[in-house]
Design a binder for this molecule. Structure first.
Ligand code: 2AM
Ligand code: CA
Ligand code: CA
Ligand code: CA
Length: 264
């Protein structure tokens, strides 16, 4: 299963790489900030047809909804969770810094996670209980870091007034850390926490396909993951996500997110 999925992910990435010379047709989903291209649908279809052929009784949850059958109880059986292009805005504007994210869950537990950046040639992957890898290199368990020495991933939108969260504690956090980065692709940002390029990643509203593979990978290196309210992330529900090195996660929760004003 692992080898087959890896081959699919690499092939899908190659298709995207080869298509970069021609500009994809773009559509707006909920707004002009929310893009989808023909490539998003094409790549999701690629996975859906292969999974349906190889594993007809597995469920599939993809961002673009290509697999029209609804999910059975996701806590039962096997579910594939697919983001065909995570970072579509980067795909369109930068032609880099996007990825394919594919996860396989059994009874609500991660089994496989793949996050592939085809332009960088970086495949982050994990088999549950067997460690996480960047290409052929095993990722080391994460060590602790202080807030003041941390570089964290955060989208600057969350520092502006929004309906999901009190943004003021986050402004204090970004003032206190060594630096902030915004890659613009949630799955890649989780992969970067796994390999130590980011010490933490914080986001207030994501969907299962944004974080399913990331969760499978970061847990293998001992990253701590929760919602911003320090609750377990439910993989089949929309959620906020705070993923960080051990120690740093607790410090961010205690110092910035646990204040009554930050709770809802
Ligand atoms: P996407 O590219 O697959 O849509 C930065 O935009 C990150 O937030 C990306 O990982 C993006 O995933 C995700 N995201 C989730 N919901 C989004 C939305 N409505 N509009 C834009 N990006 C969204
Ligand atoms: Ca999208
Ligand atoms: Ca996404
Ligand atoms: Ca997407």
């Amino acid at each position: 299963m692992y080898n087959q999925t890896k081959a699919w992910v690499l092939e899908a990435g190659q298709r995207l790489r080869e298509s970069m010379d021609t500009d994809p047709r773009i559509e707006y989903k909920t707004s002009v900030r929310d893009l989808v291209t023909e490539k998003d649908r094409e790549i999701e279809s690629f996975f859906v047809s292969r999974i349906r052929h190889a594993y007809p009784d597995h469920d599939i949850l993809g961002e673009e909804g290509i697999h029209e059958k609804g999910l059975n109880d996701p806590q039962q059986g096997w579910v594939w969770i697919i983001d065909p292009i995570d970072g579509t805005t980067n795909f369109v504007h930068q032609k880099q810094n996007f990825c394919i994210s594919v996860a396989l869950y059994e009874k609500g537990e991660p089994r496989l996670g793949f996050i592939y950046d085809p332009m960088a040639g970086e495949l982050f992957h994990a088999i549950a209980g067997q460690g996480a890898f960047l290409n052929d290199q095993r990722l080391a368990p994460l060590t602790e870091t202080k807030v003041e020495e941390a570089v964290i991933g955060i989208n600057s939108l969350w520092l502006t007034p929004n309906k999901h969260f009190d943004f003021k504690p986050l402004q204090a956090l970004v003032r206190d850390v060594r630096g902030t980065r915004s890659v613009g692709a949630a799955a890649l940002e989780m992969a970067y926490v796994a390999c130590g390029r980011l010490d933490a990643y914080l986001t207030l509203r994501l969907s299962p396909w944004d974080f399913a593979a990331g969760l499978a990978i970061v847990r293998e290196v001992g990253a701590v993951t929760s919602t911003v309210h320090n609750q377990p992330v439910q993989v089949f529900e929309k959620s906020s996500v705070l993923v960080a090195r051990p120690g740093l996660h607790q410090a961010i929760i205690d110092r910035y997110l646990h204040s009554p004003s930050a709770r809802r």
